[in-house]
Write a protein that binds this ligand. Sequence first.
Ligand code: ZN
Length: 115
Amino acid sequence: MPPIPDQRTRRIAENEVVFREINERLERDLRAVSADETERFAFVCECGRQDCELTIDLTFDEYERVRADPLHFAIVAGHDEPDVERVIETHERYVVVRKHESTRPIVEWTDTRER
Ligand SMILES: [Zn+2]
């Protein structure tokens, strides 16, 4: 069993999961109207700030690459919380963070995708 995450770690992970669910629905809706793999769409920043309203422009492919790992989230540069996650990729329009292992239960159980 991984260590139990503290309250702050849990809250941040839960916020990120909510944003991920929004993006998940967004992608599904967008795919119904566009098959253009090069077009960028405004996804919501998946950071842990409850009041964040920023968006990041991603192609389906860029989004899918982040989504491939339940511990990974796409956020606006500077929106990472270094004590609970770590920036693993820096792109021009966004960065990818990897959550600490202790949050795996939260981010995995809420991941509805089949793998
Ligand atoms: Zn943000």
